[in-house]
Design a protein around this ligand. Structure first.
Ligand SMILES: Cc1ncc(C[n+]2csc(CCOP(=O)(O)OP(=O)(O)O)c2C)c(N)n1
Ligand code: SF4
Ligand SMILES: [Mg+2]
Length: 351
C-alpha cells in the first residue's frame, strides 16, 4: 500500500505543549481513507486529545484489528508503539501487552465488525476483566474495508446502499460494556469534535476499562437515506445527555453554574470530568439507571451521546491479579529466577 509521507519540517512558530511537542508531532502519514470518512475525524480528535494532555508519544501503545477503522492508527501518533493484530483479536493482544508493561498508556482502536461481529467474545472479555485502556470503536454499521456488508451493529430495518434490508437485531456495544462492568462508558459522533475530544481525554486519564462507541459514517457504503449510521441521521437523532469538559489534574474549575446544573466527578489521577446536564434526570454515576435510560431512548430511535457512565474509583486487571509494577522486560535474572528453595515450596504446595 502506498501512502504520502508528510514533510517532517514544522513551522518554527507552531505552539508546543508542556512536554515540548507541537500538534503535528502527534500526527502520522497522510490518510488513504476515503475523503469524508468519519474515521479520519476520530483520528484528528485523538491527536488533539493527546497533544492537549501533554502525553509523550512514546508512552502510548496503539493497537487495532483489521478494517478501515483499524487502519486509522497508522494516520495518528506516528511516534507511538503500534500493533495491527488479526481481525477481532486486538483486545487479547492489548491485554497481554498491558500485563507485561503497565507503564504505557493503551489505546485500542477497532471497528463495529472487528468488535461486534468476529471479535465480540474478545471485546466482552476485555470489558469483563477491566483491562486498563481506552477502547474506541469507529462504528459505521458496515464492513467498510470489504465493501459494505451489514455488521452486527446495523439496526434492524436499515437499508444497504443497494436497497437490501437488514433483518437481524443490532448489538449495542455500549449496552454490553455497561452490563459487563466497564468503568467508563461513552457514545459520541465523529462529527462532534467538541464532545469527542474531552471524552477521549477522560478515557485516557481513566484507570480502568474505558469504552467509547463513536458513530463514524462510511461515506462510500453507508451514508444514504435508510441508513441509521449516516451523517444526516445521526445529526437528526443525536440526544446528548450533557455538555462535557475535561479538566486536567490541578486545572482550574472556574465557570459558575447554578446548583444542580453541573455534575463534577474527580478521577483517581486528579482529573475532573465536568458535565453540564442537558437531561435533568440523568445521573452518570448510576450504572443501572444508565442501562435503562439507554434502552428506553434507543427504542424511540434516539442516539444517546455523551459520558453515559463513570466509576471514579475503578479497579483494573493489575489490581485483581496483583501483578508486578515493573515492566517485565526490565526485570533481571535475580527477580525472574526465584531460586531452588522457592521452587521447592511451590512444588510442595501443589502436591
Ligand atoms: C479472519 C478474517 N476474517 C475476515 C476478514 C475480512 N475482513 C477484513 S476487514 C473486515 C470487516 C471490517 O469491518 P469493521 O471492523 O467494521 O471496519 P470498517 O472497515 O468498517 O472500518 C472483514 C470481514 C479478515 N481480514 N480476517
Ligand atoms: S470504505 Fe467507508 S469506512 Fe472505509 S475508508 Fe471509505 S468511507 Fe471510510
Ligand atoms: Mg465498520
Amino acid at each position: 500500500m502506498t501512502y504520502l509521507a508528510k514533510p517532517r519540517l514544522h513551522h518554527p512558530t507552531l505552539t508546543k505543549n508542556k512536554v515540548g511537542y507541537t500538534r503535528r508531532d502527534y500526527e502520522g502519514p497522510v490518510s488513504t481513507l476515503c475523503a469524508g470518512c468519519g474515521h479520519d475525524s476520530i483520528s484528528a480528535a485523538i491527536i488533539q486529545a493527546c497533544w492537549e494532555l501533554d502525553i509523550e508519544p512514546h508512552r502510548v501503545a496503539k493497537l487495532s484489528g483489521i478494517g478501515c477503522s483499524s487502519k486509522a492508527p497508522t494516520y495518528f501518533l506516528g511516534a507511538s508503539h503500534g500493533f495491527n493484530t488479526v481481525h477481532g483479536r486486538m483486545p487479547s493482544v492489548l491485554t497481554g501487552a498491558n500485563l507485561a508493561n503497565r507503564e504505557l498508556m493503551y489505546l485500542g482502536v477497532s471497528g463495529d465488525g472487528d468488535s461486534a461481529s468476529i471479535g465480540l467474545g474478545q471485546f466482552a472479555n476485555a470489558m469483563r476483566r477491566g483491562v486498563n485502556m481506552a477502547y474506541i470503536v469507529m462504528n459505521n454499521g458496515v464492513y467498510g474495508l470489504t465493501k459494505g456488508q451489514f455488521s452486527a451493529t446495523a439496526d434492524r430495518g436499515s437499508k444497504s446502499k443497494k436497497g437490501a434490508i437488514n433483518t437481524d437485531n443490532p448489538i449495542d456495544l455500549v449496552g454490553i460494556a455497561l452490563q459487563l462492568g466497564a468503568t467508563y462508558v461513552a457514545r459520541s459522533f465523529s462529527g462532534d469534535k467538541a464532545q469527542l475530544v474531552p471524552l477521549i481525554k477522560g478515557a485516557l486519564a481513566h484507570g480502568g476499562a474505558a469504552f467509547i462507541d463513536v458513530i463514524s459514517p462510511c461515506v462510500t457504503f453507508n451514508n444514504h437515506g435508510g441508513s441509521t449510521k449516516s451523517y444526516e441521521y445521526v445529526r437528526q437523532h443525536d440526544e446528548a445527555v450533557s455538555v462535557i469538559d475535561f479538566v486536567a489534574p490541578g486545572g482550574e474549575l472556574s465557570t459558575e453554574y447554578a446548583p444542580g446544573e453541573v455534575v463534577e466527578v474527580a478521577q483517581q489521577d486528579g482529573s475532573v470530568l465536568r458535565m453540564r446536564k442537558l437531561h435533568e434526570d440523568y445521573d452518570p454515576t448510576d450504572r443501572y439507571a444508565a442501562m435503562s435510560y439507554m434502552n428506553s431512548h434507543a427504542a424511540r430511535g434516539e442516539v444517546v451521546t455523551g459520558l453515559l457512565y463513570l466509576d471514579p474509583l475503578p479497579t483494573d486487571l493489575h489490581t485483581a491479579l496483583n501483578t508486578c509494577a515493573q515492566p517485565l522486560n526490565t526485570l533481571g535474572t535475580a527477580q525472574l529466577c526465584p531460586g531452588s528453595k522457592a521452587l521447592e515450596k511451590i512444588n510442595a504446595a501443589l502436591r
